[in-house]
Design a protein around this ligand. Structure first.
Ligand code: PLP
Length: 407
């Protein structure tokens, strides 16, 4: 069997054209849809008609033609049957977990996850009697050991934010299948680079806000999964997306659909530049973490599971040890060198940098940060693709020398 290729999968799925044969898809902005015959409407309500059953639409919080095209494209890119698009990444994550879990259920989750997801699992879900045990994402045995007879979900980010530890999705999926659990993987950091559904994840969730948007100009999320799970999420009586209503705007879906064709080359370029920078930094004795470096503890695993030609992703982490030193580095990179911008988020065309412990991971208490190996001086850089690479390397080199990070 030939290896999965997300670029080929994306172009080989049924292509949708716009009205009048437009090469771009049409934006269906209508909130409600009319029918030709009065009998059709009850059939839609009974689930006998739908987007894949004669092209009937009801109401845009349920299914919408533009959202449906994007959902299909994202599903194709992941190699899942289908998908659902949401208004944000957090909507995708919370609806997925609440669809699977009921009061009394238990989740085993990576301890190194996006701060909002951590808050959801640690602070919000316990009030609904859904409890989570957190484990080291690189320690597959720890996931297994934490499973109880109440566990329903194993949750992990494929590449952990911000420590860049890689979860072994194949090994976790073996455990999940043996115990009858759903493996949910957040692939926001590595779209097209790694395809978790191909490695055994049951549901792949995304923040489209990051690399997939690529321009930091929209919020969006996606759930890539089986057709059955889509129907559960959209069920008129119990569907979490249908009833909580975090629906994506069709105009946003149109924008995202236009960015998918160049996602692969953007990821390749983010990765090429991140690799060159990580190698330069390592050569100067800077404590840098990047999965493309042989010094990364899971370099071999990453190389084995990553899709061909897609590199190692666009995120690097520099450990400045102290928060003060991290601030100095970011100030120098932004204000002396114009290398990048101090901002949370990632996947922008310019470099974005933040000190995780006091920003996107600040929901995690300091003692837990220490446990997950998050240094107070860790600067996460989402490497951009603007400007000349040589100039960027010079800027970065000057800044790390200036703040005394070179060994
Ligand atoms: C940003 C982010 C999210 C949340 O996405 P939003 O679109 O901001 O809701 C979830 N997971 C990861 C890994 C992220 O980086």
């Amino acid at each position: 069997m030939s290896r999965f290729d997300p670029q080929e999968a994306l172009i080989n799925t049924r292509r949708e054209f716009g009205e009048h044969g437009g090469v771009a898809i049409s934006v269906a902005r209508a909130s409600t849809f009319t029918v030709m015959d009065s009998h059709t409407m009850p059939e839609i309500f009974d689930g006998l008609r739908g987007p894949e059953k004669g092209g009937c639409f009801l109401y845009s919080r349920h299914f919408n033609p533009t959202l449906d095209v994007l959902s299909r494209y994202l599903g194709a890119m992941e190699g899942t049957e289908y998908g659902v698009c949401t208004a944000s990444g957090m909507a995708a994550i919370s609806c997925t977990l609440l669809q699977i879990c009921r009061a009394g259920d238990h989740i085993v989750a990576s301890d190194t996850i996006y701060g909002g997801t951590r808050a959801l699992l640690n602070d919000l879900l316990p009030s609904m009697d859904i409890h989570t045990t957190f484990v080291n994402p690189a320690d597959t045995a720890a996931f297994e050991a934490a499973i109880t007879d109440k566990t329903k979900v194993i949750y992990t980010e494929v590449l952990a934010n911000p420590t860049l530890r890689l979860a072994d999705i194949r090994a976790l999926s073996v455990i999940a299948k043996a115990r009858g659990l759903k493996l949910v993987a957040d692939n926001t950091f590595t779209p097209m680079v790694i395809s978790p559904a191909q490695l055994g994840a049951d549901v792949v969730v995304y923040s489209l806000t990051k690399f997939i948007s690529g321009a930091s100009d929209m919020l969006g999320g996606a759930i890539c999964c089986s057709k059955d799970f889509v129907l559960e999420l959209m069920d008129l009586h119990t569907g979490r997306v249908m009833l909580f209503g975090p629906t994506m705007d069709p105009r946003v879906a149109f924008d995202v659909s236009n960015r998918l064709p160049n996602l692969a080359i953007r990821m390749q370029e983010h990765g090429r530049r991140a690799m060159a920078m990580a190698q330069m930094l390592e050569g100067h004795g800077v404590e840098v973490c990047y999965p493309g470096l042989e010094s990364h503890p899971q370099h071999a695993l990453f190389s084995e599971v990553a899709n061909e030609e897609m590199g190692y992703g666009g995120i690097i982490a520099i450990d400045c040890k102290t928060n003060e030193r991290a601030q100095e580095l970011m100030n120098s990179l932004q204000n002396d060198e114009s290398f990048g911008l101090m901002a949370v988020s990632l996947g922008y065309f310019d470099t974005l940098m933040s000190c995780s412990s006091t920003s996107t991971s600040s929901e995690i208490p300091p003692e837990d940060q220490a446990k997950m190996g998050l240094s107070p001086g860790l600067v996460r850089l989402s490497i951009g693709l603007t400007g000349s690479l040589n100039k960027r390397l010079e800027q970065l080199e000057r800044a790390v020398k200036k703040v005394g990070l070179t060994g």
